[in-house]
Design a protein around this ligand. Structure first.
Ligand code: GTP
Ligand code: MG
Length: 371
């Protein structure tokens, strides 16, 4: 599937052919200037050099193309559930609200399994799934965005009706705006005698959030995490917001997504929760995530049930990692183990190279370790 002559690759990378040949020898590939390299080897060696030469971006782009595949045709896109995170000031009721939403789900349907903590949960409203991330928005945004990942479609901003807009409310608004994520406001604790939802609406106008009923475009729903009042309306509002956004993905392609949680489990080894962004993930698929790779041994949903496959927007616990991946890293399906391993190794080498100071050369020791 495509090859390139050594001297042409050297030209493209802007380095001398002799330098490239040295690198190839270090990788155990014996070639001359006029030899042809297969695409895979070319990407590996170019990726390694990427840490040192100016072409780094384009080399990484090549790697992206290799792992991302084709753009999705518009007609291949299908509606997908929204992925929602909860944000707000300390003690305004983020955890209580999530708990209430989850318990609503459990009572509504006869849950076959026990709800298990995988970092995200799926709630159904009127037959439409909504995915909730457990990590509070602040952390999810900062940790994920630092790694260039964006998993959230909608942020619920929780504002206690008795307390109003507080410093972390403003922070949350800024996070969501920076990430270009629309906000749905949950005005919480309306069961309290000193609750004042009107005041919350007024205060929020100062930050550019104008309630729909006041002619703006921000959906605001009064709720009580304690009594359950308004929770259905909030779920409804999330689906309305999702519809406006026309969230779509192609389910009929190899999966890609993001690691949202990873842990070393006694007995099960490294396990991670993956949020599938597009495509469908199956048991048996070979994957790559950062410098880690593996083959899917089992998929477990948020109810603790083993499933054979999962589609776009869905969170699922994945077993089969060779090492612990990192939250925020991409997760992509690869054609085979050999390619997964070679890109994982190339990335690991690149990381090592960039963490070493000064010009990097492969030591004899390293060379022999690789043989
Ligand atoms: P942090 O995680 O510490 O930032 O807080 P949080 O936003 O997750 O708030 P949490 O859900 O822990 O709730 C804080 C307090 O408010 C708890 O004592 C809750 O019982 C109470 N609380 C939450 N929601 C409601 C509500 O709707 N009504 C009333 N009366 N109390 C509530
Ligand atoms: Mg909390």
């Amino acid at each position: 599937s495509g090859s390139i002559v050594v001297k042409d690759l050297a030209d493209q990378l802007g380095i001398k052919a002799t330098e490239l040949i040295k690198r190839l020898i270090n990788l155990g590939v014996m070639v001359g200037v006029n030899h042809e390299l297969d695409k895979e080897t070319a990407v590996i060696v170019a990726t390694e050099l990427g840490a040192e030469v100016e072409e780094r971006a384009s080399v990484q782009e090549q790697e992206e193309i290799l792992i991302q595949g084709e753009e999705d045709a518009p007609e291949s896109l299908r509606e997908r559930p929204p992925v929602v995170t909860v944000m707000g000031h300390v003690d305004h009721g983020k955890t209580s609200l999530l708990d209430r939403i989850r318990s609503t789900r459990v009572t509504q349907s006869e849950a076959g399994g026990i709800t298990q903590h995988i970092g995200a949960s799926v709630v159904e409203h009127d037959g439409h799934p909504i995915v909730f991330l457990d990590t509070p928005g602040h952390e999810a945004f900062t940790a994920m965005r630092a790694r260039g990942a964006q998993v959230t479609d909608i942020a619920i901003l929780v504002v206690a009706a008795n307390d109003g807009v507080m410093p972390q409310t403003v922070e949350a608004i800024n996070h969501a705006k920076a990430a270009n994520v629309p906000i749905v406001v949950a005005i919480n604790k309306i069961d309290l005698p000193d609750a004042n939802p009107e005041r919350v609406r007024t205060e929020l106008t100062e930050y550019g959030l104008i309630a729909e009923e006041w002619g703006g475009d921000t959906i605001m729903v009064p709720v009580s995490a304690r009594t359950g009042e308004g929770i259905d309306k909030l779920l409804e509002a999330l689906l309305v917001q999702a519809e406006i956004m026309e969230l779509k993905a192609n389910p009929d392609r190899p999966a890609s997504g993001t690691i949202i949680e990873a842990k070393l489990d006694r007995g099960r080894g490294p396990v991670a929760t993956v949020l599938v962004k597009r495509g469908t993930l199956h048991v048996g698929d070979v994957f790559l995530s950062g410098t880690v790779w593996g083959r899917v041994r089992a998929l477990i949903n948020d109810r603790g049930q083993r499933v054979k496959e999962v589609g776009p927007s869905m969170p699922v616990e994945v077993l089969g990692f060779n090492e612990l991946p990192e939250a925020g890293d991409d997760f992509v399906i690869m054609p085979d183990e050999r390619q997964a391993k070679s890109i994982a190794d190339a990335r690991a080498n690149r990381l090592r190279a960039s963490s070493e100071s000064g010009p990097r050369g492969v030591s004899l020791d390293e060379f022999y370790q690789r043989l």
